[in-house]
Design a protein around this ligand. Structure first.
Ligand SMILES: C[S@@+](CC[C@H](N)C(=O)[O-])C[C@H]1O[C@@H](n2cnc3c(N)ncnc32)[C@H](O)[C@@H]1O
Length: 225
């Protein structure tokens, strides 16, 4: 295994792999998996000295614009839901980039509280809940998520749930941004193998590690479904 490459894809990859292995071995149930993942990220996000750090980004504000900026290409319609909104910075950025009206969903009540304090004008648009199974008070034209927010065998169910219950008919589900080795669109291929048609994508090379790309892709929800 190329550790530099693994780190470039996911900084906490070793810890995440251990949590996934414990879940696969039934040493952790679903609640235990979410609690272990939250223990890994939430204290670090809450203690981060920068706004970017409070959303899990270790680089500069300029790096944030470069890497997270690809999400803007996937935004359509008036309303945007950021699943896993952390401290709300991506909500703010997407609003600035596209003018869309942002909403957020966050598993951690502490992070949702931080997002509300940073954006009191949107306090009633920031919800606490687990994306898998969450029943929204309304639908959203664009919903963004990461598939790493649920255990591996629940990722297909997450995509189905978000598309069927949370995206507006005619809207879209954006997956990303994630980091991937450039030569293969592995995540897109996996999602396509579940029967979803990828409608568009955006990507940029990672600066400093050109073997890795920042990627996002999206799936359209058909009008009639
Ligand atoms: C890396 S941050 C993403 C911040 C921002 N949305 C972005 O893309 O830059 C991921 C956030 O997702 C939250 N999260 C993880 N699993 C979740 C789930 N199943 N439902 C809702 N939020 C979740 C975590 O608590 C964390 O704050």
């Amino acid at each position: 295994m190329d550790e530099k490459l693994e780190r470039a894809k996911e900084r906490a990859w070793r810890e995440v792999a251990a949590i996934d292995a414990a879940h696969a071995a039934a040493e952790l149930d679903d609640a235990g998996w979410h609690a272990a993942m939250a223990a890994l990220v939430v204290p670090a996000y809450l203690a981060a000295p920068t706004a970017e750090g409070g959303s899990g980004h270790s680089g500069t504000a300029e790096d944030w614009e470069y890497s997270r900026g690809i999400v803007a290409a996937g935004i359509a319609g008036e309303t945007f839901l950021d699943v896993g909104c952390a401290n709300g910075l991506l909500m703010e950025s997407v609003h600035r980039w596209t003018g869309s009206e942002p909403f957020g969903l966050e598993l951690s009540p502490e992070l949702a509280g931080l997002a509300r304090r940073r954006n009191p004008q949107w306090a009633d648009r920031i919800f606490v809940g687990n994306a898998l199974g969450w029943e929204p008070p309304r639908r959203f034209d664009t919903v963004r998520t990461g598939l790493e927010y649920v255990p591996g065998q629940q990722r297909r169910a997450l995509v189905t749930h978000l598309l069927e219950r949370i995206v507006t008919p005619g809207g879209r589900l954006v997956i990303g941004k994630f980091n991937e080795q450039v030569e293969r669109r592995s995540l897109e291929e996996e999602v396509a193998s579940w029967g979803f048609r990828v409608a568009g994508r955006a990507e940029r090379p990672q600066r400093g590690e050109p073997r890795i790309a920042y990627r996002a892709f999206w799936i359209a929800r058909v009008q009639s479904s």
